[in-house]
Design a protein around this ligand. Structure first.
Ligand code: ADP
Ligand code: MG
Length: 207
């Protein structure tokens, strides 16, 4: 994968979040404070504004994305998505070339960073419920190449997102609702699924 492919991924994520902004905000209105769609759309607009001229390497790209999300997205999701990207670059075996195993390792380091920062475990009804199965699915499909690994990851994320619906939230703002948080999909799990679907679509188009 080239730096351009990864830049295209981030642009596609911005476009997907913009398209789903109202839906993400509606999910957050049910178990949060109705700002997840606008938070993420604003942050990703700021990210995309920094991608022209394009960063010189995947490591530079991920650093720019992470720093921009930390500084522009409020709430819980800004620092968490920021951490995801800030941990990815240093986990790349080489700062320049990225293959399927390298991107999988970077994504895993990013998700482990989110877990370390937010202290959420699978089943707590957070973005981790989409991200954690996604990185496992990536590794399981990695021998089939980046597009197949990304598609498997996106499908696992979507299943994880849907599985948040009956859960009672144990982390984040939704946990204040206790049992009333059940019956709603977690907004961060929904946006994380968009992240992986954007990657799968971008890598399929690059093949
Ligand atoms: P806020 O809750 O501060 O308004 P957002 O609405 O932007 O922030 O994001 C909410 C999402 O953040 C939740 O749906 C959940 O997926 C995620 N989240 C919240 N707290 C945590 C945590 N401790 N670990 C992982 N994800 C979390
Ligand atoms: Mg919110």
């Amino acid at each position: 994968m080239s730096t351009d492919d990864l830049v295209a991924w981030i642009r596609a994520f911005r476009d997907a979040v913009t398209d789903h902004k109202d839906e993400l905000t509606r999910l957050d209105s049910e178990i949060g404070d109705a700002d997840h769609g606008s938070n993420m759309a604003r942050g990703l607009d700021a990210v995309v504004a920094k991608l022209d001229p394009a960063p010189a390497s995947p490591a530079e790209l991920f650093k720019t994305v992470g720093m921009t999300l930390v500084s522009t997205v409020g709430g819980a999701s800004g620092p968490l998505y920021g951490t995801l990207f800030l941990r990815m670059g240093p986990a790349l075996p080489s700062p320049d070339g990225v293959d399927t195993a390298a991107l999988g390792a970077a994504l895993r380091a990013g998700v482990e960073g989110v877990i370390a920062r937010g202290k959420a475990e699978p089943g707590d009804k957070t973005m981790i419920d989409a991200l954690s199965p996604a990185i496992d699915a990536w590794d399981a499909a990695a021998d089939d190449g980046p597009a197949a690994a990304a598609r498997a990851a996106a499908e696992a994320a979507a299943r994880g997102r849907d599985a948040t619906e009956p859960l009672v939230a144990r982390k984040g703002r939704a946990s204040y609702l206790g049992g009333r948080s059940a019956g709603h999909i977690d907004p961060g799990a929904a946006s994380s699924t968009l992240l992986l679907e954007a990657l799968a679509d971008t890598l399929a188009a690059a093949e």
